[in-house]
Design a protein around this ligand. Structure first.
Ligand code: ADP
Ligand code: MG
Length: 272
């Protein structure tokens, strides 16, 4: 399946529509006196992958939570697939778009969590069909057919009747990726998708994400797997203390940048 073409954005050169599917400008977010995101700007084209790296506490999860509407923020502009999340100007008090627009934007983004967050009392297939049926109003049989197709794509054929507790962490994470895909998001966000996994299970999840990248799924991936961050991405962004310290191509960020904070961070990882 070609996700980018699915979204009617043609990435094979036939279309000249080059406006980014995700645009963030001067986003700021505090928790009380703690300025967690100080001034974040980024953009991403449809069909591309952005890796976000940076030390713990630098604001990576908060950024994903702001972009997927799990958190509000105080200032900035966010545009998803041409729709503005915020309708106020940059220097005015923030005003969010009307509820129907927020919902549309929310439905065009999906988030895969570190700890899977599957519904423990539902089977694998029920986990995949609940939101499509309840939120999108998709007929039950159609939702089940899509769920089965996604399970096959994730290498989880035969697991549809299993409960999450009967699966390995790697399998649970693949179910949660399938669950996010079942809502047909235009952008899929991952927050450290392999951090809760035993090392021998990390590879199977990274392989699925790589496969999605090859199919031109637009993705933003927060990860501490540096080799993966470099190999899967079209762009890499390094965050520290709530600011974007460096961003560019994987080759620039991993091999060429002279930025001290970035290089200290990368050195720490290569020593581990
Ligand atoms: P990262 O994902 O890069 O490790 P986070 O976005 O989780 O960073 O956190 C950034 C900072 O914001 C940390 O100092 C964290 O303690 C703080 N923080 C995150 N969520 C909350 C919250 N709900 N309330 C207060 N502080 C928070
Ligand atoms: Mg985090």
């Amino acid at each position: 399946m070609d996700f980018a073409n699915n979204q009617s954005v043609i990435t094979n050169g036939a279309s000249q529509d080059t406006s980014p599917i995700l645009e963030v400008k001067h986003l700021k977010k505090s928790f009380g006196d703690l300025h967690v995101l100080k001034d974040i700007s980024l953009d991403l084209n449809a069909g591309e992958v952005l890796s976000i790296i940076g030390p713990s506490g630098s604001g990576k999860s908060t950024l994903l939570r702001c972009l997927t509407q799990l958190e509000t923020f105080e200032a900035g502009e966010v545009r998803v697939d041409g729709k503005n999340l915020v309708v106020s100007a940059l220097n005015e008090p923030i005003k969010y778009a009307p509820a129907n627009v927020l919902r549309e934007i929310r439905l065009s983004t999906g988030l895969v969590f570190q700890n899977f967050n599957l519904f423990p009392h539902l089977t694998v297939l029920q986990n995949l069909t609940l939101a499509p049926i309840r939120v999108l109003g998709i007929p039950r049989e159609e939702a089940r057919a899509t769920g089965r197709r996604l399970l096959k794509q994730m290498g989880l054929e035969g697991k549809e009747k299993a409960y999450p507790c009967e699966l390995s962490g790697g399998q649970q994470q693949r179910v949660s990726i399938a669950r996010a895909l079942a809502l047909k998001p235009k952008i899929l966000f991952f927050d450290e998708p392999t951090s809760a996994l035993d090392p021998e299970l990390t590879g199977e999840v990274l392989k699925i994400i790589k496969q999605l990248a090859e199919e031109h799924m637009t993705m933003v991936i927060v990860t501490h797997e540096m080799a993966f961050a470099r190999d899967v991405a079209n762009k890499v962004l390094f965050m520290d203390q709530g600011v974007v310290v460096e961003q560019g191509t994987p080759d620039f960020v991993f091999n060429q940048s002279q930025n001290k904070r970035l290089n200290m961070f990368l050195e720490r990882f290569s020593r581990n």
